[in-house]
Design a protein around this ligand. Structure first.
Ligand SMILES: [Zn+2]
Length: 274
């Protein structure tokens, strides 16, 4: 699928592990056949999808113009700590609803180019709130930006994501923002970030509330601690869903441990959640 921060396709760790053809190599007939099929992108982050050229446009819009070469150098992170610094830098240029609309259009074009017909996109609402933005305004702008692409065959749905190290109160604010948006396109609530910073149990009320408003419940693992089974390094753009299974967290997947409640508004349950 898409490469993290504009790296060439086929150079990502996931691509190597999955033996995806390098663009410099001749694709096999099988991989060509697979690539031609309709695709579903089950886990990607809007902020992590921003291509260098798009970020250049954002920096220019905000009067802090950077060259694409400068951006690519900043994107060359080596570990999670460096990734976080890049993430903070990139998101510092997402200041207005039109910025979000811009990156959604860019992402949607890339997804369509890869035959993606369905994607669940994680949105860092916790960062929006930290920057004193209105998530409802940003979300409305990105929904409008996505509409033309739905007519072209791409369905985007959204995961409102909180930042774990910001704590339970901030995470609850993300859930409440999802509720205020009143959109069936929001399919889940999740938490990412440093899982060693705050015990999972402190988020029980947050996940309960997410369930009450009909959201699926997700959590990242393996970013700073141990995620041994079914998990991965979520800072990698092309990662799949993960769950906590490490002793540092003291619990298993909270979305699995918490009581399940049916959505109250008929929101469809994606097949990706179990
Ligand atoms: Zn993720």
């Amino acid at each position: 699928m898409l490469a993290p921060f504009g790296l060439p396709l086929g150079t990502t760790r996931a691509a190597r592990l999955c033996h995806i053809d390098c663009p410099r190599m001749t694709p096999s007939p099988l991989s060509q056949r697979i690539a031609s099929l309709p695709q579903a992108e089950l886990h990607l982050h809007l902020e992590g999808s921003i291509e260098p050229a798009t970020l250049c446009a954002l920096t220019m819009r905000h009067g802090l113009a950077r060259t694409e070469e400068e951006v690519r150098r900043r994107y060359a992170y080596r570990d999670f700590a460096e990734f976080i610094e890049v993430f903070k830098w990139v998101t510092s240029f997402l200041r207005e609803p039109q910025d979000y609309a811009c990156v959604v259009r860019d992402l949607a074009e890339h997804l369509l180019a890869q035959n993606v017909v369905y994607a669940e996109v994680t949105l860092s609402v916790g960062v929006m709130l930290l920057r004193n933005q209105r998530p409802e305004a940003n979300f409305e702008a990105l929904l409008r930006a996505a509409e033309p692409f739905e007519r072209r065959g791409l369905r985007l749905q959204w995961v409102f994501d909180a930042v774990r190290q910001f704590g339970a109160q901030a995470a609850m604010a993300v859930v409440e923002a999802a509720g205020r948006c009143h959109s069936k396109a929001i399919v889940a609530f999740g938490i990412g970030g440093d899982e060693l910073s705050v015990p999972t149990a402190e988020f029980r009320a947050v996940y309960d509330r997410a369930g009450e408003i009909g959201l699926h419940r997700l959590i990242h693992a393996g970013e700073m601690g141990i995620a041994r089974r079914g998990a991965h390094r979520p800072w990698h753009r092309s990662h799949q869903r993960s769950f906590i299974d490490g002793p540092a967290c003291g619990t298993k997947n909270p979305a699995r441990d918490l009581p399940r409640k049916q959505p109250q508004d008929g929101r469809p349950r994606p097949a990706t959640r179990s």
